[in-house]
Design a protein. Structure first.
Lengths: 112, 112
């Protein structure tokens, strides 16, 4: 059974487009995250939601907007895509008071 | 702000050799420490974690790590590597605010 799933796995799009990545977890966790992994494999947190409330919002362009319709889902919408947005985006989740994070398979976004 | 540094960018070794990857964190308070592994083309998986208690932590796949508070270190070790251990290894630290800070990662290549 997939614990943290993301769709799509691959996303190729042109500059200026708007796209969304979806994440779902079936672990019953209260906290979900989005990370960006750049071409040098460096992982950096972007956002975190706890019980549908935004609790971490790192320095990310406001073209990126997360949305959590419920505790099990955290979507990432990106407006006006730029070349520099090309990366692998990982979703993760954890229990409210437990810091162990479970990661999804990643979405490889390529902006051309 | 806390940071996590990994000393080795790329490690190349032969099967059956011993592996040690260095990790240091900069925060002086209570931290939770993790090692994650990312096999080629896959998502991050937790190898082991340290929250409290015995500073020598055993994880999956024969890995262990030792927390040395006086040195702010959490080094990962494996006595005898296999070809299947070829992967990217990430050290991470978390404070009370759920924020995982990752090191830059170490690429481990095991030659058969």
């Amino acid at each position: 059974d997939t614990a943290v799933s993301q769709t799509p796995k691959y996303l190729v799009t042109q500059m200026g487009n708007d796209k969304s990545i979806k994440c779902e977890q079936n672990l019953g966790h209260d906290t979900m995250y989005w990370y960006k992994q750049d071409s040098k494999k460096f992982l950096k947190i972007m956002f975190s939601y706890n019980n549908k409330e935004l609790i971490i919002n790192e320095t990310v362009p406001n073209r990126f907007s997360p949305k959590s319709p419920d505790k099990a889902h955290l979507n990432l919408h990106i407006n006006s895509l730029e070349l520099g947005d090309s990366a692998v985006y990982f979703c993760a989740s954890s229990r409210n008071t437990d810091y162990e994070q479970y990661f999804g398979p990643g979405t490889r976004l390529t902006v051309t | 702000a806390q940071s996590v540094s990994q000393h080795n960018h790329h490690v190349i070794l032969s099967e059956a050799a011993s592996l040690e990857l260095g990790c240091n964190y900069s925060y002086g308070g209570t931290v939770n420490l993790f090692w994650y592994v990312q096999y080629p083309g896959q998502h991050l998986q937790l190898l082991l974690k340290y929250f409290s208690g015995d500073p020598l932590v055993k994880g999956i796949k024969g890995f262990e790590a030792e927390f040395i508070k006086s040195k702010f270190s959490f080094n990962l070790r494996k006595p005898s590597v296999q070809w299947s251990d070829t992967a990217e290894y990430f050290c991470a630290a978390a404070l009370y605010d759920y924020k995982l800070s990752f090191g830059a990662g170490t690429t481990v290549t095991v030659r058969a």
